[in-house]
Design a protein around this ligand. Structure first.
Ligand code: NAD
Ligand code: UD1
Length: 295
């Protein structure tokens, strides 16, 4: 049985990926520092998976966990646009230097491919639908570090691919921080009967993709012979939803409004052509039905 290493595997997306890998018969090792991830997300696997608590900022730990892995899914990261504006150095250390450590560790081991969880935030305010050949225009330290991490993948001595996730949602997404994703926050407020806050006019749009689709795409990216040189591939649905419409869909109370947040993009939705042509991947879960798949 081949061994898959999932960095950030105790987190929201990573833990769903672990579920899918275990279900398809892989041996799985997780590296996570539990800074935003939680062991509860993996508890149902018991000792069927290997868990290593540690940071990708420590090169020797990266070497140790990558040593006998066939595939590395590199998801460990800080994930908030807003937090990155406040703590740019931390984002450089984790998002960029941590990725370099994992790439070097993978290149020195038997790893067949490293799959980087990149982000559509690298596009900044490119006009949607955004295709992969749009130039980088990062609006935040988070986006800038993801862009540099991708370049490190393309220069690495190991096969790589760089899925650019649009806004991912699903079960296990944390709602307990101001840095949490908007769907998790709005759902929590709706359940508690508290009006949500919309930053800006609420007409900004995002392309929301369900975590089940993202996990399927990641596994296709790991195996596809059509990629391997750090190709960027959008993981989105192609559908733009405004934050106001999202609040209505979730049946939030009438929102309050605050000024738009620094570093955020205005509009975002994916061109899905490359994902289909290179990976045979297409998102299948529409937002309205995905919102029923959250518990
Ligand atoms: P998450 O915070 O739930 O997962 C990140 C995981 O990485 C957590 O378990 C955390 O504990 C771990 N981690 C953080 N720093 C670490 C370090 N130094 N060493 C080891 N582990 C560390 O967030 P998520 O939404 O599941 O994000 C997973 C990946 O997907 C990230 O790379 C993120 O940038 C990317 N991504 C997410 C979205 C989204 O909408 N959620 C969109 C685009 C890209
Ligand atoms: C999210 C991801 C980021 C990813 C990017 C890709 C998280 C925490 N961040 O960033 O990792 O790279 O997608 O597009 O998952 N909003 C409100 N009220 C709130 C919270 C948010 O109005 O209480 C608005 C924001 O101002 C923003 C939109 O909702 O316009 C989405 O915000 P958020 O969920 O934080 O995601 P992104 O910043 O797009």
């Amino acid at each position: 049985m081949s061994l898959a290493l999932v960095t950030g595997g105790a987190g929201f997306i990573g833990s769903h990926l672990v579920d899918a890998l275990v279900a398809s018969g892989h041996r799985v090792r997780v590296l996570d520092d539990l800074s935003t991830g939680h062991l509860d997300n993996l508890a149902h696997h018991g000792d069927r998976i290997e868990f290593v608590e540690g940071t990708i900022c420590d090169r020797s730990i990266c070497d140790m966990v990558a040593d006998d892995a066939e595939i590395v899914y590199h998801l460990a990261s800080r994930v908030s646009v807003v937090e990155s504006v406040a703590e740019p150095e931390r984002y450089r250390e984790v998002v960029l230097e941590g990725t370099r450590h994992m790439l070097d560790a993978a290149a020195g081991a038997v790893v067949r491919r490293l799959v980087l969880a990149s982000s559509c935030s690298v596009y900044g305010d490119a006009p949607p639908p955004i295709s992969e050949d749009a130039r980088f225009d990062p609006q935040s330290p988070y986006a800038a570090m993801k862009a540099e991490a991708e370049e490190a993948c393309r220069a690495a001595q190991v096969s790589t691919v760089c899925p650019r996730f649009f806004n991912v949602y699903g079960a296990r997404q944390r709602a307990d921080s101001p840095y949490s994703g908007v769907i998790a926050i709005f759902r929590r407020f709706a359940a508690e009967g508290v009006p949500p806050t919309i930053f800006g006019d609420g007409l900004q749009t995002r392309d929301f993709i369900h975590v089940g689709d993202v996990v399927r795409g990641l596994m296709l990216a790991a195996g596809a012979s059509s990629v391997g040189r750090g190709e960027p591939i959008n993981f989105g649905t192609g559908v733009a939803t405004s934050v106001r419409d999202l609040a209505s869909l979730i049946e939030c109370l009438p929102p309050g409004f605050e000024p738009a947040r620094t570093g955020e993009v205005r509009h975002s939705s994916a061109s899905t052509v490359q994902a289909w042509e290179r990976l045979g991947f297409r998102a299948e879960i529409e937002l309205a039905s995905g919102l029923t798949l959250l518990d």
